[in-house]
Design a protein around this ligand. Structure first.
Ligand code: ZN
Ligand code: ZN
Ligand code: FE
Length: 755
């Protein structure tokens, strides 16, 4: 302790962990220290940031409080430890250089939307960055998609190619400037530029706007990849895009200029507008207005439309009065396009023009998709703006790699107290996607300095991810663990809920497909999960399904399989029967009779498909979940009595549906009664499980629970029976969240194996 002037001088060391790199944390500390007249230093190290601050007791206390309260918007503090040390008599506060070799696994910030300060400059004709499409600062701009390696310094990003001009350099080194140590700092003099054919800068953007206004389709390079853009109010343009993409029904996302423009096309409540304006800027699923300027082909047959607001300066400059369709630029089944040369090649048949830029995208990152449930965010696709934000794990985890599932694939890396779920990778069935998977994995292992000691995959012998994992584990001499699909779904829910991973739970896992321990296709599962073990308490009755994939694409086939299993004749008054020619019916019948290429299935997703086809809503689908989505759209806001809900047996349910159909009941009403029945099933089976096990906690997981009508009603009914209900808030209920659950199960297994 030193006497100095009026007060007692102390020196305190703060060890801070969390997202404190690349988010303006050190300049923030520097400025705060000056504000409280403290001396000392701040520096990065292996697992975070260390501050040593020296000054009067009261100033130190205020400083410590301000660190927590005034945190830069992108920073996330995970822990602070402070200790008193001997004062050194420092006379100033300084930022020490990074010790590059020392860096380990400091979380990296996701890409963040342009901040208000930067927007003001973007729109100010007197500013030197007026109209500059790469404006950013320590509070905004690209991060995850431009970082090649750690430490997060400019040479380790794709900005390495752009040496700063004197003006930018001065900002970068001025601790009082909001671009102090902003690694992507740039201006029109020194930074990246946009180009369209032989035009650059503002001229290129102007030309793009003119092309879009004329109905052209333009490939636009953004933050995490290319989009295909067209005027969303122009039916001919949207239809042309559908023809070229060969994608006729799956909804397109749109981008509007501002919130007022969103309100012209969709209903927006407070939470939804909050999400639209958040720094993550996800696509938010909103209820379409019946009267709107939106072209009919944007989201045909769908009550919802996915809307996002501009998140890069380029988007702000591009979107005018009319909303734009902004759909990921990828030939079907392939990952989003990342490189300029690749774009010109792979998108040549899709786009009329290319608005590119010369800042490289290190890894692709698709837009995220969310909706709200009970006034809170519910993710459907967790990607740009979220990845690689970690999920906090209760136990300390060894280094684990979980490779996810097959469709909507993501992977997860766990280490220490964090699980990093990757960006959306896509459907692992194509070589291009598998390459994108490897690139993204390589990137994250490098950023987080992880050497996995254990690999975990799905039990499904046909998943490409499982094959990849087996090969990887063998090559690296690692332990490989295969976990059951629905077990992993339930575990992902427990992991994101921050409960101890061993927490026992009644897990309701309803989805399209998952490989069961008996070799059948599961998906209507009630599991009693106790950490690493589970008991299959109940499941939807098995039905032999003809030709796995063909059934998934053709709900009418699924319906016929169900009817046959229930002993219901294929009468031609039923829409799903009428969808086939007599000879096709005969073929199908023979296939089912001889059990050729048939798989026992307990999938809830398939039951939704079957009912959708049975009542004439959808016989064939062009995207995953379409039949169920359209079935749900029908019962919007409708109340109905359930059909018999005594057991999880589809036969009496289908019988009742057919009786109503033949009695002329509107299909809206049948759809509502069907949803009500499934909700009642969930409650009845949960009560039985509670009686058997004494457990009172129910988790709802799996892709079927993206259905809000079902989710809302099931949660409501469970609560009236005094159940504690868990639903997804951080990772998707669909297979996009599965890798987190796999990682959780691997942590549990690793703990057991190493005891
Ligand atoms: Zn900014
Ligand atoms: Zn510059
Ligand atoms: Fe699943």
């Amino acid at each position: 302790m030193t006497e100095c002037g009026m007060g007692v001088i102390l020196r305190r060391r703060f060890e801070i962990t969390g997202i404190v790199q690349g988010v303006g944390f050190r300049p923030f500390i520097y400025n705060l220290a000056r504000e409280y007249a403290l001396t000392g230093a701040v520096w990065n190290h292996t697992s975070g940031v260390t501050i040593e601050a020296e000054g009067e007791t009261e100033a130190l206390n205020h400083f410590a409080q301000a660190v927590m309260e005034r945190l830069p918007p992108l920073a996330l503090i995970d822990g602070i430890i402070s200790v008193e040390i001997a004062p050194t008599g420092d006379t100033s506060f300084i930022i020490l250089a990074s010790e590059s070799a020392a860096f380990e696994s400091t979380p990296v910030s996701p890409d963040m939307a342009t901040c208000d300060d930067c927007l003001r400059e973007l729109n100010n004709p007197a500013d030197r960055r007026y109209g500059y499409p790469f404006i950013n600062c320590t509070n905004c701009g690209p991060r995850f998609t431009i970082i090649r390696n750690l430490p997060y310094d400019r040479p380790a990003t794709t900005m390495a190619a752009f040496p700063m001009c004197l003006a930018c350099e001065a900002e970068y080194h001025d601790p009082s400037n909001r671009r102090f140590h902003a690694q992507p700092n740039a201006c029109p003099v020194c930074g990246p530029n946009v180009a369209l054919e032989d035009l650059t800068g503002t001229a290129a953007i102007k030309r793009t706007r003119a092309l879009l206004a004329q109905g052209a389709i333009v490939a636009v390079k953004g933050i995490g990849g290319f989009h295909l853009a067209c005027d969303a109010t122009n039916n001919a343009a949207v239809h042309l895009l559908r023809e070229r993409k060969n994608r006729f029904e799956q909804p397109f996302a749109v981008m509007t200029r501002d919130l007022a423009a969103v309100r012209r096309i969709a209903e927006v409540d407070d939470e939804e507008s909050h999400l639209l304006l958040s720094r993550q800027r996800p696509i938010v699923l909103l209820r379409k207005l019946s009267e709107s300027p939106l072209a009919e082909f944007v989201a045909p047959g769908n009550g919802y439309v996915g809307v996002m607001l501009p998140y890069s300066p380029l988007h702000h400059l591009l979107v005018g009065e009319n909303p734009l369709v902004m759909t990921s630029a990828n030939p079907s089944g392939q990952p989003i396009v990342r490189e300029n040369a690749e774009a010109c090649q792979r998108l040549s048949h899709l786009a009329d023009a290319f608005l590119t830029h010369n800042r490289d995208i290190e890894v692709v990152c698709d837009d995220s998709v969310v909706r709200t449930f009970e006034g809170r965010e519910m993710p459907l696709r967790r990607s740009r703006g979220y990845a690689p934000m970690p999920v906090r794990l209760p136990p300390e985890s060894p280094s684990i790699l979980a490779v996810g599932a097959e469709l909507k694939s993501t992977f997860c890396i766990a280490k220490g107290h964090f699980a990093y779920l990757s960006q959306h990778i896509g459907d692992m069935g194509t070589l291009e996607t598998q390459r994108a998977f490897e690139r993204a994995l390589d990137h994250m292992l490098r950023l987080f300095r992880v050497e996995p000691v254990r690999v975990v995959c799905d039990l499904h012998p046909g998943y490409h991810s499982a094959h990849w994992a087996a090969e990887y584990a063998q090559r690296k001499g690692l332990e490989l663990q295969a976990v059951q699909h629905h077990h992993a779904h339930v575990a992902s829910l427990i992991a994101e809920s921050a409960l101890p991973l061993e927490t026992p739970i009644i897990g309701i896992a309803f989805d399209g497909t998952g490989y069961g321990t008996d070799g059948a296709i599961w998906g209507g599962e009630v599991l009693i999960v106790r950490g690493n073990t589970f008991e299959r308490f109940a499941h939807l009755g098995y039905v032999p399904m003809a030709g796995g994939d063909a059934s998934v694409r053709t709900p009418a086939r699924t319906a016929l399989s169900y009817l046959r299993a229930a002993g219901i004749p294929w009468d031609t008054d039923l829409p799903c029967v009428a969808a086939f020619t007599p000879s096709d019916l005969k073929l199908l019948e023979r296939q089912l009779e001889r059990n050729l290429n048939c798989l026992e299935t307990s999938s809830m997703g398939r039951l939704f498909d079957a009912v959708s086809a049975l009542i004439g809503v959808r016989q064939r689908v062009s995207y995953e979940g379409q039949a169920a989505i359209e079935l749900e759209s029908l019962c919007e806001g409708r109340r109905a009595h359930p059909y018999s809900a005594a057991t999880l047996d589809p036969a009496p349910l289908l019988q009742a549906v057919i009786e109503d159909l033949r009695a002329g009941m509107p299909r809206e009403q049948i759809a509502a009664a069907f949803h009500e029945t499934i909700a009642q099933w969930i409650v009845n089976i949960s009560r039985q499980a509670r009686e058997n096990t004494g457990l009172n906690r129910v988790g709802l997981t799996g892709g079927v629970f993206q259905n809000l009508t079902l989710l809302r009603r099931a949660v409501e009914l469970l609560r009236t029976q005094a159940f504690e209900v868990l639903t997804h808030r951080i990772v998707p209920a669909n297979d996009g969240g599965l890798a987190l659950g796999q990682a959780a199960l691997a942590i549990l297994a690793h703990g057991r194996d190493t005891l």
